[in-house]
Design a binder for this molecule. Structure first.
Ligand code: ASP
Ligand code: MG
Length: 480
């Protein structure tokens, strides 16, 4: 028997997403995973809404905003989905069954009321966040009762009690210091008073500091909740985060584009962040930052094959296993903007004006490629921002006059080679050019981050798939 003290040192915060919470079968699988880990560790479970529920709640909110638009059926639908689940997974004579149904009815009634309120007042993002937080409340509550009914001592905690964010509704940013204080004050005493308790905490939302309004952390935000909790508990426990996903882990190229791929079994946070930046979307992007900041190891594991050795571990340290290049990734749809002037304009002042203009208007710059001449700047932006950028530049006092030639190419892609040390390894750029050239792929621009972690080539979109495969074979398939 492991003593409680030593058992408590290791704490695993595991996050179950919507696909782990879709029906009786997946709830049973979730429970099995929890039981297995409880043999060795203390756990905190973070859960997102049941699959599809957040979308339904957003739809409910939108429809409620339109006077006269029918929305009751969405609430009925959400009620029925949860009711059916409760009927399937908790025996009706148990106390947990009644508790779950009562909670469901109460919360569904609150949602109905909110729907009515929106019809009377002006719609606002804070009400939308409040409404969509119900998805996590319902799923997490039912999961808690389900675990309890199976003899796993569990307690439901709503994350508005502990997670503080800014007031950027819809995509709120966590305030880690305040959250850590609250976790110390509220969560740790509960954990210490009953070390055998499994806490089930709602993912996806927190509250603003001052007026305690519910905020959501952006789509897929339950991942981030798990990371934030681990960060806040890092001084009290040896924390690790496990994200259960419907994939094995992070791949070294996108399986939809690359003919060959393999699993990245170990990758450092800095490298994973590059992957995330250049288009790989498996985790909420901020998770990596938060875990890195707290020096917390984390894993992505396959929900359908939980004991498999095939999974991804993220580490603080860069693993140098002889391979410099870890992954090839791409952003398929980009636009490239080139601005030129006949005059020689000092680049530094211009660059800062350019980036403030675009930044202030929420146009995100994906790459910058700067020639040594001082009358030309090329940069890449999201395809969807292309019209906005064009308008901003042409309309601006400075760029509209001094930089009179503005060219936008909307048919480009970016391919990136990622790995710590890329830029300090001789020969990589040459090999990229050679291999792409041999395959008739024209490189329109190159860009390199100030980090030494990526080398990026800008190419025509028609060539993207080919380029990925060429580079994968050149750098990953053969030891470089
Ligand atoms: N339920 C939320 C969403 O669908 C958060 C999450 O899944 O992590 O985005
Ligand atoms: Mg999800």
């Amino acid at each position: 028997m492991v003593s409680l003290e030593s058992k408590r040192e290791e704490l695993i915060i595991m996050k179950f997403g919507g696909s782990c919470l879709q029906d009786a079968l997946s709830f049973a699988q979730t429970k099995e995973i929890i039981i297995k880990y409880l043999e060795k560790f203390n756990l905190i479970v973070v859960s997102s809404a049941m699959i599809g529920i957040t979308d339904k709640l957003i739809e409910f909110y939108k429809r409620s905003c339109n006077e006269g638009s029918e929305c009751e059926y969405i609430i009925e639908d959400i009620y029925n989905i949860h009711k059916r689940l409760i009927n399937q997974i908790i025996e009706s004579k148990r106390e947990e069954y009644e508790k779950s149904l009562t909670y469901l009815r109460k919360n569904i009634e609150e949602l109905r009321q909110l729907g009515r309120v929106i019809q009377l007042i002006r719609p606002s993002m804070d009400i939308q966040d409040l409404i969509i937080s119900y998805g996590e409340k319902l799923s997490t509550f039912v999961l808690t009762e389900y675990l309890s009914s199976n003899g796993i001592k569990s307690r439901f905690i709503s994350s508005n009690e502990i997670i503080i964010t800014d007031d950027n509704f819809g995509n709120a940013f966590p305030i880690l210091d305040d959250t850590e204080n609250l976790v110390n004050e509220k969560l740790i005493p509960i954990m210490i008073s009953d070390p055998n308790l499994t806490l089930c905490i709602t993912g996806f939302y927190g509250v603003t500091k001052k007026d305690k309004k519910i905020t959501t952390l952006g789509r897929g935000g339950s991942d981030l909740t798990a990371a934030i909790l681990a960060y806040s508990l890092r001084n009290a426990f040896n924390c690790k985060v496990i994200y259960w996903k419907d994939v094995k882990g992070l791949m070294d190229a996108d399986p939809e584009i690359s003919e060959k791929t393999s699993l990245l079994k170990q990758i450092s946070y800095v490298e994973a962040k590059e992957l995330a930046f250049f288009g790989t979307k498996v985790l909420h992007p901020l998770c990596l930052d938060v875990c890195e900041k707290g020096n917390i190891p984390s894993e992505i594991r396959s929900f359908s094959d939980p004991t498999s050795n095939e999974f991804t571990t993220f580490t603080k340290e860069i693993v140098r296993n002889g391979k410099v290049i870890k992954a090839i990734t791409s952003i398929y749809k980009l636009s490239m903007v080139t601005i030129e002037s006949n005059m020689m304009v000092p680049l530094s002042g211009t660059a800062s004006k350019l980036f403030s203009l675009l930044g202030d208007n929420n146009v995100n710059i994906v790459f910058i490629s700067q020639s040594s001449s001082e009358n030309n700047i090329t940069f890449g932006i999201d395809f969807k921002d292309s019209k906005k950028a064009s308008f901003l530049l042409r309309d601006s006092e400075f760029f509209g006059k001094k930089w009179f030639r503005i060219k936008i190419n909307n048919d480009i892609s970016l391919v990136a080679i990622i790995g710590a040390g890329v830029l300090h390894t001789p020969g990589i750029a040459g090999k990229v050019f050679t291999r792409l050239g041999e395959n008739n792929i024209n490189v329109l621009a190159i860009a390199q981050g100030s980090s030494e972690l990526n080398f990026t080539a800008i190419i025509e979109r028609d060539n993207c798939k080919k380029a990925i495969n060429v580079l994968y074979n050149a750098f990953i398939n053969q030891e470089y």
